[in-house]
Design a protein around this ligand. Structure first.
Ligand SMILES: C[S@@+](CC[C@H](N)C(=O)[O-])C[C@H]1O[C@@H](n2cnc3c(N)ncnc32)[C@H](O)[C@@H]1O
Length: 394
């Protein structure tokens, strides 16, 4: 099989609420947009193309490359079809294999059974042809095959990412309630921040928003830090070509960004973790860190973006005390950020009402299963307060 040069369907998944942003990224890389679903975009290309997609896309979670599509009514149909595929040309007999699946079919009640049948067919075929079989298990550090089975229709994909792309590799010290890297990138892209004006991030926690902001400002491909991707474990992987692609992307990135990035948090340990994560990501020199209350965050004069991800009572923090914090954010926006666009990312709209400022936009996002909003405030000099109930007057 010459998958590396064969154009096939490519399915790129993302977090709910971010598909429009992902689609924009895919188009910017000049890949066609064949279909847009709630949490995925379908495009097409070769297996070699997935290398660039994995290295470059900021908001993609997994990049799947189609291997086969066929009808299957029972688990035996699945096995019989899969054992005929030339797996010995795809996965090395001394490699490592993991199978994931999403199944909505009467044929199997437990998706683990579908996984097992898929894995059995692959390793039986390789053992038959090569006399040895790859190890298998749940780890995503080797070749990953994904089965999608709905009704009597099966699709089998190579998961070219392996570990989800949200694991960029820089967050060595995760704190409580960190935002996924891919979600943080989507949030920064949704603000429309262009990297030229200041980006101010009080309550930075482990620094994900500020770090993703720095990577965006440098136009640095987010995947170049990662050492391992699923595609590396598919036979025919051209390691020198991959290194060249990575070097090219590195060279394309800017060394400096024009806009200042400021990240603060009240907990010195959080600031230290954010600083170390930024160092691992190679952007420490672009971010000014400070341990302070959000109200004391330095905000340069002029225009810019100020973004906060306060606790919202789901995973940490206490809803009553948080009301005071949200009111304080409204005051901070009004008194210290005139001329800026202000953003709050929160999963608690009741708390958001306490901000007391008129929202310009409310963009829906999901943080895992939690429905969230990115609230935008235009902070004119003398911003209008909303009515006490939190509703805009008039
Ligand atoms: C939900 S976490 C932010 C997570 C962050 N987006 C990340 O990806 O790691 C909220 C942060 O707000 C900080 N915080 C709480 N009260 C604060 C205050 N009064 N001033 C500044 N930071 C505060 C906490 O220390 C915590 O790190």
């Amino acid at each position: 099989m010459t998958l590396w040069k064969e154009k096939r369907r490519i399915f790129i998944t993302c977090a709910r609420g971010t598909v429009g942003i992902l689609e924009g990224e895919i188009r910017a890389l000049r890949f066609p947009d064949l279909a847009m679903l709630e949490t995925a975009v379908e495009t097409e290309g070769t297996l070699a193309d997935t290398v660039r997609l994995n290295l470059s896309l900021r908001t993609a979670q997994r990049i799947l490359y189609l291997l086969d599509a066929f009808p299957a009514v029972q688990a035996q149909d699945l096995y019989r079809r899969l054992v005929k595929l030339p797996w010995e040309t795809i996965i090395a007999p001394d490699g490592y294999l993991s199978v994931t699946s999403s199944a909505d079919t009467d044929a199997v009640r437990d998706p683990r059974f579908a996984n097992m049948k898929t894995k059995d067919a692959i390793v039986d075929r390789i053992r038959d042809r090569k006399g040895r079989r790859p190890d298998s298990g749940p780890g995503r550090h080797g070749a990953v095959v994904h089965l999608h089975w709905v009704g009597d229709r099966c699709e089998l994909w190579i998961d070219t990412s392996g570990e989800p792309l949200s694991r960029r590799g820089y967050r060595k010290i995760p704190l409580e309630a960190p935002m996924q890297e891919t979600l943080a990138a989507a949030v920064i892209l949704a603000t429309g921040w262009d990297g030229r004006t200041p980006l101010i991030n009080p309550m930075c926690g482990s620094g994900t928003l500020a770090i993703e902001g720095a990577l965006i400002a440098l136009e640095r491909a987010p995947g170049i830090l990662r050492q391992n991707f699923g595609f590396m474990h598919i036979l025919g992987f051209d390691s020198p070509a991959f290194q060249r692609e990575r070097e090219e992307l590195k060279k394309k990135a800017h060394r400096k960004a024009p806009g200042r990035i400021v990240a603060t948090d009240i907990r010195p340990a959080a600031v230290e973790a954010a600083r170390r994560n930024a160092r691992t990501a190679g952007v420490e020199h672009l971010i000014e860190f400070r341990a302070c209350d959000f109200r004391d965050t330095p905000v340069p004069d002029g225009e810019g973006v100020v973004i906060l991800n306060p606790e919202y009572g789901e995973r940490m923090g206490d809803t009553d005390k948080l009301g005071e914090i949200y009111r304080g954010i409204g005051d901070f926006f009004k008194s210290k950020c005139p001329g800026y666009r202000g953003y709050i990312f929160t999963g608690n709209l009741d708390l958001a009402k306490k901000v007391g400022l008129r929202t310009k936009r409310r963009m829906p996002f999901y943080n895992g299963p939690i429905e969230c909003r990115l609230l935008e405030y235009e902070l004119y000099r003398g911003s209008h307060r909303a009515s006490p109930a939190g509703k805009p007057p008039g």
